[in-house]
Design a protein around this ligand. Structure first.
Ligand code: PMP
Length: 390
């Protein structure tokens, strides 16, 4: 047993965390790990979350099982936050709670392979490194399309569309809803429209990954592309993560929303998704979703959550503006959104920044903007500038 297994690539980010931890220099800077940090470098529990958790502990009278769809009120409130109350009532749509955005992608991928065994999924080059493994485990082959234009720091949209000419009807197109990981780029309204037209015309299935809702420009604009896409096409999936915008990371909070071409097909897809969820995790962990439900259901907690989310977003965008002002090659960072941007530097420079300045990032030059603050951004820029070519 186990002798046929092949060695696995160690997680590069975990190795980076270990290296950063072992670094004794007081002035080290971590822009590697992908979590939000406040201006003192901490990833705190949000105020509204703490408050809801206190209430939950006091009020919860049973931990008896829920069902495979988890906390139904949570999913309904989340659906209303992303779409609108009417569209959540659409009988061609359903949602279920999942263990994080990862769980939503995984069970969504399983549903798609069960429905269309020959379908393939198209992902951007680059994308979140876990996308291809998630789809592979569900039995779906991954193809990549060009996406990032390193010269402009924007999206190589024409090249993306040209590559998608090769997509077959029934293929899945994975789209980051906002705040693309790792490049910080986002589709414009016109680009979402063009993608919606392409999916409708060619019978492609959009699978939207919305993991940073509210961390770009605000909840409404960050969800606008996803909303528009779901309105425009007959069938689509959306994987949602509450782990960044509610800072609930380890509590694993997310949901999958599915839209089918008709109500009977939606019911069939729902029954199959629940059966798949049962075999994957039986039912999702309750705590974090119960907390999100309590926040969204209580006007005062909801207001407080939104204002803390706005502070997080404002801080990110302030760091973006400061970085962008430091050098013309960094200018695109001001237009990019979310936690991540990709610096125009090579792996040797990444290594040099680590060795000489204690600045930690993965080899592809992705930085987590939240790792920067007023106390360290000067040193970061000073270390970086000599490596940028005009
Ligand atoms: N999609 C993207 C693009 C992400 O960056 C992440 C988290 N790094 C996820 C999905 C998964 O989020 P979760 O932690 O909720 O599983």
């Amino acid at each position: 047993i186990f002798s046929a297994l092949r060695p696995q690539q160690p997680d590069a980010l975990l190795a980076l965390i270990a290296m950063h931890r072992a670094d004794q220099r007081g002035e080290k800077i971590d822009v590697g790990v992908g979590v939000y940090r406040d201006r003192s470098g901490l990833t705190p529990v949000m105020r509204a979350v703490k408050m809801a958790e206190t209430r939950l502990v006091a009020q919860q009278s049973s931990k008896s099982y829920l069902g495979s769809d988890g906390d139904i009120r949570f999913t309904q409130l989340l659906g209303e936050l992303i779409f609108s109350a009417q569209s959540v009532d659409d009988d061609r749509r359903f949602g279920l709670q999942t263990p994080g955005g990862t769980g939503a992608l995984r069970v969504g991928a399983a549903l798609l392979t069960r429905a269309m065994p020959d379908a393939r999924v198209w992902v951007s080059q680059p994308t979140w490194p876990n996308h291809a493994p998630i789809f592979a485990e569900a039995g779906m082959a991954t193809l990549t399309h060009p996406y990032f234009d390193a010269k402009t720091g924007g999206i190589a949209f024409d090249l993306m569309l040209t590559a998608l000419d090769e997509a077959r009807a029934g293929d899945v197109v994975l789209l980051h809803g906002c705040c693309h990981n790792p490049t910080g780029t986002q589709f414009s309204v016109e680009q979402w429209q063009a993608l919606a037209a392409l999916c409708s015309l060619r019978g492609l299935i959009p699978f939207i990954d919305l993991a940073y809702h509210g961390l770009g420009d605000d909840l409404a604009p960050d969800g606008a592309g996803a909303r528009m896409m779901m309105e425009a096409v007959p069938a689509a999936l959306l994987a949602y993560s509450c782990d960044k915008n509610f800072a609930l990371y380890r509590d694993r909070v997310g949901a999958l929303f599915v839209q089918a071409p008709s109500a009977p097909l939606a019911e069939m897809a729902r029954a199959n998704t629940l059966a798949l969820a049962r075999s994957l995790w039986s039912m999702p962990p309750d705590h974090g979703a119960a907390v999100v439900r309590m926040i969204l259901d209580d006007p005062a907690l909801r207001k407080d959550w939104r204002s803390e989310l706005e502070r997080m977003r404002t801080r990110l965008n302030r760091m973006r503006t400061a970085l962008a002002a430091a050098h013309p090659l960094l200018a695109p960072i001001a237009r990019q959104r979310g936690l991540f941007s990709r610096l125009p530097i090579d792996p040797q420079t990444v290594e040099a920044l680590r060795d000489h300045h204690g600045i930690y990032m993965p080899a592809d030059g992705r930085i987590n903007v939240a790792g920067l603050n007023d106390a360290n951004i000067g040193r970061f820029i000073e270390g970086l500038l000599p490596h940028l070519e005009e």
